[in-house]
Design a protein around this ligand. Structure first.
Ligand SMILES: [Zn+2]
Length: 231
């Protein structure tokens, strides 16, 4: 026979008035959309043909699913590199409070999207306070305080930080989830760009002058950084 392939995944078959077969991989599940009158063996053969494509998508989605940040009661969220247990407290006026091991979110709603909004606003505020002060301090230590024009915050997909030629330093405020040393490394990195607008040897020497352990911290951000993305 040799016709029946075994699959490492399950899939549902949804028949409807359609003309062609289609496969959808979503949230770690596989669904085959099929015309009403098509033999099961033909569906299986179609899935077998697309096997490696499906497996690739499932693997990608698994990584995303396990690392997605969820702001919900009882979940952990990182702040300064330490997990804090989220506790949602009903309150008319939203606010967020942090303790050593907890993150209290006062909110009228329990919806994850609402909670994420409160959390994001709070985290951005924390980033503005800590990272702006640290950047001024570091620029001062490097003797280039007057070159620093402005510190701004954005949630960018690809970058943790950026230093423009006009002296504007931009940070991704999700960095506040990383350990303090990693945040300080990023600040040292962007502040050093106020002197060298490149990644030359001399640039890294400048980074090392304010952040001696920069190599390990740089690796850390590369390895674990993507876990902080919220989408
Ligand atoms: Zn750089």
């Amino acid at each position: 026979m040799g016709r029946l392939t075994t699959f490492s995944f399950d899939f549902d078959i949804k028949r409807s008035k359609r003309k062609t077969l289609a496969i959808i991989v979503k949230s770690g599940k596989v669904e085959v959309k099929s015309p009403l009158f098509i033999k099961k063996v033909d569906i299986y053969n179609f899935v077998a043909e697309k096997k490696s494509w499906i497996e690739k998508h499932l693997a990608e989605q698994e990584v995303k699913l396990t690392q997605k940040l969820v702001i919900t009661d009882g979940y952990d969220v990182m702040f300064f590199g330490k997990p804090r247990r989220i506790e949602v407290i009903y309150a008319g006026k939203p606010k967020v409070e942090i303790s050593d091991d907890r993150l209290l979110i006062y909110s009228r709603s329990n919806e994850p999207e609402v909670l994420e909004k409160h959390f994001s606003r709070w985290l951005k505020h924390q980033a503005t306070e800590y990272m702006t002060t640290q950047t001024i301090k570091t620029a001062r230590a490097l003797g280039v305080e007057e070159r620093l024009k402005e510190v701004i915050f954005r949630k960018t997909k690809t970058k943790w930080g950026h230093c423009g030629s006009d002296g504007t330093i931009q940070y991704n405020w999700l960095t506040m989830m990383a350990p303090k040393e990693v945040i300080d490394y990023l600040i040292a990195h962007e502040s050093s760009h106020l002197i060298h607008m490149n990644h030359s040897k001399r640039f890294w020497q400048t980074v090392a002058s304010v952040c001696p352990d920069y190599k390990n911290l740089k690796d850390w951000l590369k390895t674990y950084g993507h876990r902080f993305w919220t989408d």
